[in-house]
Design a protein around this ligand. Structure first.
Ligand code: MN
Length: 236
């Protein structure tokens, strides 16, 4: 194929235990999937169906522990928030998946961060406009290695945590998710054909908060390792 300017690399994420990488197609995210976080965002903990938003595939920022990744403080915000999340990596396809079959299309799991320009998100929410500029921007989706189901199974319980500069900010348990992974994929596959290469950020526990340039974020999930990034100065 001849391109009018050099094509960029396909976004991809390293897979644990192999030299191969997971090519990224779509990035889906779940809103308010832990009751305590739903409350801190001004909602209630009623069990409504989940809702979804997206990030562009090139927002994925792969970081392979023990490396520490670097994310430039994004443009146009004064309130960059961290959201530590379990990421589901899809390896099969499906629409209208019943919950009892939804896990069959999962390739693996990773630790991820749904970085958020909270001020822009809140502005848009108040004006009933789309959230895109709050959630979709360069490097908005840091992610650690993907661990295949063959190695780690389907983690349904386990500690999920995030420290900023060594102080605990977020802590929860995967068992506290309002909708587990099977139900999340059940609902998501009613709106989109899930395809190999899709990533699903499954929501964050409570304790979200702001970070600044120079801050070091380190998070982890039992069995899935850790993810560390430093916030670099904004690009000029
Ligand atoms: Mn999130």
């Amino acid at each position: 194929m001849t391109t009018v300017f050099p094509a960029w690399d396909l976004p991809s994420v390293p897979v644990a235990g192999t030299g191969a990488r997971f090519p990224v197609r779509h990035v889906y995210c779940v809103g308010r999937n832990y009751a305590e976080h739903a409350k801190e965002m001004g909602g209630d903990a009623a069990r409504e169906p989940p809702f979804f938003f997206t990030k562009p595939a090139d927002a994925v920022l792969p970081v392979v522990a023990p490396e520490v990744g670097s994310m430039a403080y994004p443009l146009a915000t004064k309130n960059l928030h961290h959201e530590i999340e379990l990421v589901v990596a899809i390896g099969g396809r499906g629409v209208n998946l019943p919950p009892e079959r939804a896990l069959e299309i999962v390739f693996g799991y990773a630790v991820g961060l749904d970085m958020t320009r909270r001020d822009l998100q809140n502005d848009m929410r108040e004006k009933k406009r789309p959230w895109d500029i709050g959630k979709s921007f360069a490097e908005a989706a840091p992610i650690g290695r993907i661990h295949p189901v063959a190695a780690v199974g389907h983690p349904a319980t386990g500690l999920i945590w995030l420290d900023v500069n060594g102080a605990r900010r977020q802590q929860g348990d995967l068992a506290d998710m309002i909708w587990d992974v099977a139900h999340t994929l059940h609902f998501l596959s009613q709106y989109y054909e899930l395809l190999p290469g899709d990533l699903v950020y499954s929501g964050t526990p409570s304790g979200v908060g702001a970070v600044a340039a120079g801050d070091r974020l380190e998070g982890g999930i039992d069995r899935l390792g850790t993810l560390s990034i430093v916030i670099a100065p904004p690009r000029s």
